[in-house]
Ligand binder design. Structure first.
Ligand SMILES: NC(=O)c1ccc[n+]([C@@H]2O[C@H](COP(=O)([O-])OP(=O)(O)OC[C@H]3O[C@@H](n4cnc5c(N)ncnc54)[C@H](O)[C@@H]3O)[C@@H](O)[C@H]2O)c1
Length: 367
C-alpha cells in the first residue's frame, strides 16, 4: 500500500504527517533538512529504542545524520517535572541550538514530554515526532498539544507547540503489545463518534479487522485527517477543538483515580466514550441505538466499555466527579462535558449537574 500523507494546514507552520509502512525512510531526507548541524537529537522511549534502534540509526545515517540518542523510560511517569528537567538539561548539555530539531521517538507520553521540552528550550526549538504507538500515530503526535502531569492531575502543565514533521511508520506497531494497540484504536473510534459517521460505519463494518494491515493504515489516515481539519480551524482550542475531548473528561478522572500503573490512557478513553454516549442518552439528546452501536463496536475490539471492567478500580463516583471538576475545559466552576446527539454529532455542553453525574456514575458502576 502506498504511503498516505496528511497536511496539517497552519499557514507558514503547516506540516506533513506521513503514514504507513516505510514512512521513516520516506521522510528521512525532509527530516535531515530540520537538522542543520548534521546530527539528529533524539529523545527516545527506551523500550521502543531497544526494539528498533538498528533500523532507526541506519535510516538516519543513510540521510547523512549522526544520531545522538537520549533514552527515557516511557509511560505516564515520564511526563513529570523531573522528566522535563532532565530532558532539558540533556538538550542544554548537548549544546543544542534553537535552529535544531528535537526528535521524539516513542509513544504519546514521550511525545508529550519531548514536545513540552522543545517548547521551552531557548524559548522554543523545532520538533519532530516519530510516533511508535498506535495512540501516538492517530492522535497525540498531531496537533501540537504538549505537556506533563502534575500531582493535581493529567496534562495540567504544558504548551501548544506544533511539530515540523510527523513520521507515523506503521512498521513500528509490529512490536506493540496487543493491549496497547487496542488502546490506541479507541482514539480512532473517537474521531468517528465526534463528527465522522462514515468513518465510524467503515470501522463498524470491519469489526476487529479494522486493527489489521492496510485497514489499520487507512483508519489511522482517516483519524489523522479528521484531527488535522479540526486543528487547522481551532489550533488553540477556543472552540471546535474541544470536541476532541469526547470521553476524555471521564477518562482523565479514571486515570487520576486508578491504582498506579494499572490503567492505560486508551482504555480509559474507550470507557469514557461510552459513558459520554450513555450520559447523552440519559439527557434525552442521543438515540439509544447510537450509543448501543458505539458500545458494541468498541467491545468487539476487546476494549473495556464498563466501569467495572476498567483495570485499576474500584472507582468511587463522588471522587470521579471531584476529579472531573478540575478538568481544563471547565469555566466558572461548572463541569464542561463533550456529549453527542448521535454517532458523528458531538457537541460541547458546559453545564453538567454534578449531583446527576454522580448518580449516573454510581448506576453505571453497578451495571
Ligand atoms: N498531545 C495530545 O494531543 C495527546 C492526545 C492523546 C493522548 N495523549 C497522551 O498520550 C499518552 C499515552 O500515549 P501512549 O498510549 O502512546 O503511551 P506510552 O507512551 O506510555 O506508550 C505505551 C507503552 O508502549 C511502549 N512502546 C512504545 N512504542 C513501542 C513499540 N513500537 N513497541 C513496543 N512497545 C512500545 C512504551 O514503552 C510504553 O510502555 C497519555 O499521556 C496521553 O495523555 C496526548
Amino acid at each position: 500500500m502506498t504511503l498516505q500523507t496528511v497536511t496539517v494546514d497552519l499557514g507558514a507552520r503547516s506540516y506533513d504527517v506521513l503514514i504507513g509502512g516505510g514512512a521513516l525512510e520516506a521522510g528521512a531526507d525532509e527530516l535531515a533538512t530540520l537538522c542543520p548541524r548534521g546530527r539528529a537529537l533524539i529523545a527516545a522511549d527506551a523500550a521502543a529504542l531497544n526494539l528498533h534502534r538498528a533500523r532507526l540509526e541506519s535510516v538516519l545515517k543513510g540521510a547523512g545524520l549522526t544520531p545522538v540518542i537520549h533514552a527515557i523510560e516511557g509511560g505516564e511517569g515520564a511526563k513529570s517535572w523531573a522528566g522535563l528537567q532532565s530532558l532539558v538539561d540533556w538538550m542544554l548539555d548537548q549544546g543544542m541550538e534553537r535552529g535544531e530539531a528535537l526528535i521524539a521517538f516513542g509513544g504519546g507520553t514521550l511525545g508529550d514530554l519531548a514536545g513540552f521540552a522543545a517548547s521551552v528550550m531557548k524559548r522554543g526549538c523545532n520538533f519532530v515526532q516519530i510516533p511508535t504507538t498506535l495512540l501516538a500515530q492517530v492522535d497525540s503526535s498531531v496537533g501540537g498539544k504538549t505537556g506533563i502531569n502534575t500531582s493535581q492531575g493529567k496534562n495540567l502543565a504544558g504548551a501548544f507547540h506544533q511539530p515540523s514533521l510527523v513520521l507515523a511508520d506503521t512498521g513500528f506497531l509490529a512490536t506493540l503489545p496487543d493491549r496497547e494497540l487496542r488502546a490506541g484504536y479507541a482514539e480512532i473510534v473517537k474521531a468517528g463518534l465526534i463528527a465522522d459517521r462514515a468513518l465510524f460505519e467503515r470501522l463498524e463494518a470491519l469489526g476487529p479487522k479494522a486493527l489489521e494491515g492496510d485497514a489499520l493504515t487507512q483508519a489511522i489516515a482517516g483519524a489523522v485527517a479528521f484531527k488535522a481539519r479540526i486543528v487547522a480551524g481551532d489550533e488553540h482550542e477556543r472552540g471546535a477543538r474541544a470536541l476532541l475531548n469526547l470521553g476524555h473528561t471521564f477518562a482523565h478522572a479514571f486515570e487520576a483515580e486508578a491504582k498506579k500503573g494499572a490503567l492505560i490512557h486508551g482504555e480509559a478513553v474507550a470507557a469514557g466514550l461510552i459513558l459520554a454516549m450513555r450520559y447523552s442518552v440519559r439527557l434525552g439528546v442521543c438515540p439509544q441505538g447510537d450509543a448501543d452501536r458505539a458500545e458494541a463496536h468498541i467491545a468487539a475490539t476487546g476494549l473495556p466499555v464498563r466501569i467495572a471492567d476498567l483495570p485499576g478500580g474500584p472507582f468511587d463516583a463522588a471522587r470521579l466527579v471531584a476529579r472531573m471538576g478540575s478538568d481544563k475545559k471547565n469555566t466558572g466552576g461548572a463541569i464542561t462535558l463533550v456529549l453527542a446527539r448521535g454517532v458523528g454529532e458531538a457537541y460541547i455542553w458546559p453545564g453538567a449537574d454534578r449531583d446527576d453525574l454522580e448518580r449516573f456514575l454510581r448506576e453505571e458502576s453497578g451495571r
